[in-house]
Design a binder for this molecule. Structure first.
Ligand code: NAI
Length: 439
């Protein structure tokens, strides 16, 4: 039996973030990881996808000079691997600190303070579960599994498929649709709901979808997939059945927490199909045990996991913090990019809130014109006291613009105060300032 202060199960952004922070604050930590450190984000998620979307940006830029330019996919794959390996080495270095031990293996609970792998048993007063999530398969008949992939398999593909059907117009579906359309695939997206990206302001989501449609992506909205066979993907729309065939099929219908094999019952940890139940301090129903990141099903975003890691470790050490997880910015790396923080206009309307919504457009901004990126819009939402409570946008670098609003929201800034803040000229950030000036 090996004793330590803190056991962390999972070495993704939540797990390695918690390990580094806890070690800096003096705890002895054991991290148990069954695969490569870095988790979904670094190995088969955010990082490789963003490497691909960057390559798509470069290809689009090249095409302005040479419309026949194509992608060298083997070069893209090499670069993707290089980026992953460089970042993974960084995480391994972080986890090689003297007070951290990285253990390879699959962990399961023995009791509330004991965790075991096949080789060794560990005991600690505090345990953090950070095992992440995996792709959720829709409850449909799949008789042709050869062409069916989740995002993990698609990121390992060795060529650009001639055609790609994507099931689900959520974050994963929309990012891959954008990337593969640029790489040269014929892309078709099939979505159950009326609009893509359900958490984004519907006005912004619609404009983004229309923009992607103009670029050649086919969307079938309000269409429920019923079967995947050798003939292709069959879906029902307005009572009619249609089948689309493709070389590759991506299932992007959501993700589910990785709970299997953890034997949570052995420690008496409460969970639902959505994830491990936690309170605001990331405490589970079992004293001393915390759950952070995708596995608690609260917000499936890498940066949410990183901040939840800090909350959990602070709680373990009896420290207070002022991290406000209700202000959670997020971005979708499509072309054009989209991003949001806080309330959407749809939400304010549905709740009958008193609010103001100011709309700003990229087309009048000097930097956007210079960049040939005039497509885009910002919606800035304030409550009845003028306090900024949300911002949803699409257009070049909207993630960076939303980051500014996110920081201002953390400070409780009003539209009036935003008006008094100098913005650099010429920048896309001026769109936010100009939008705040609208009375
Ligand atoms: P999602 O929940 O964002 O979207 C899934 C979509 O599939 C929904 O719109 C749903 O209506 C649709 N759908 C479900 N069943 C269907 C069916 N049978 N037929 C047609 N449509 C169907 O899930 P997604 O895109 O898989 O992403 C998973 C998680 O990963 C999300 O929580 C997301 O936030 C996170 N993620 C975040 C990224 C980022 O921040 N840039 C990038 C990639 C993933």
């Amino acid at each position: 039996m090996t004793k330590t202060d803190l056991i962390i199960i999972g070495g993704g952004p939540g797990g390695y973030g918690a390990a580094g922070y806890a070690a800096r604050l003096g705890l002895d930590v054991i991290v148990i990881e069954q695969a490569s450190v870095g988790g979904t984000c670094l190995n088969v998620g955010c990082i490789p996808t963003k490497t691909w979307s960057h390559e798509a940006d470069i290809l689009r830029a090249r095409r302005t000079a040479d419309p026949t330019a194509t992608i060298d996919f083997q070069r893209v794959r090499r670069r993707q691997q290089e980026v992953i390996e460089q970042l993974r080495n960084g995480v391994e270095t972080l986890l090689s600190a003297p007070s951290i031990r990285l253990v390879k293996g699959k962990a399961h609970f023995i009791d509330a303070h004991t965790v075991a792998t096949d080789e060794e048993t560990f005991e600690a007063k505090h345990i953090i579960i950070a095992t992440g999530s995996e792709a959720k398969m829709p409850p449909i008949a799949i008789t042709d599994t050869q062409r069916v992939m989740t995002s993990t398999e698609l990121l390992a593909i060795d060529h650009v498929p001639e055609s790609l059907v994507i099931i689900g117009a959520g974050v994963i579906g929309m990012e891959f649709a954008s990337i593969f359309q640029t790489f040269g695939s014929k892309v078709t997206v099939i979505e159950y709901l009326k609009e893509c990206l359900p958490t984004l302001d519907s006005d912004i989501a619609k404009r983004l979808r229309k923009s992607m449609e103009k670029r050649g992506i086919d969307f079938h909205m309000q269409a429920g997939v019923t079967a995947i066979t050798a003939n292709g993907v069959t879906f029902e729309r307005k009572g009619k059945q249609q089948t689309v065939s493709a070389e590759a099929i991506l299932i992007a219908t959501g993700r589910k927490p990785c709970l299997e094999n953890l034997r949570l019952e052995a420690a008496g940890i409460a969970f639902t199909a959505k994830g491990i139940t936690v309170d605001e301090q990331m405490r589970t129903s079992c004293q001393g045990i915390y759950a952070i990141g995708d596995v608690n099903g609260q917000t499936m975003l890498a940066h949410a996991a990183s901040m939840q890691a800090i909350i959990a470790v602070n709680n373990i050490l009896g420290r207070t913090d002022h991290i406000d997880l209700s202000i959670m910015p997020s971005a979708i790396f499509t072309y054009p990019e989209a991003a949001s923080v806080g309330l959407s206009e749809d939400f304010c309307e549905a709740k009958g809130m008193e609010y103001t919504c100011r709309k700003g457009f990229f087309r009048a901004n000097g930097k956007a014109m210079a960049m040939e990126e005039t497509e885009g819009m910002v919606k800035l939402i304030a409550d009845s006291d003028g306090k900024v409570v949300g911002c949803h946008a699409f257009g070049a670098h909207s993630a960076d613009m939303i980051q500014e609003i996110s920081s201002l929201m953390c400070m409780g800034v009003t539209i009036e105060q935003l008006r008094d803040m100098v913005h650099i000229h010429p920048t896309l950030g001026e769109i936010l300032h100009d939008t705040s000036m609208i009375s």
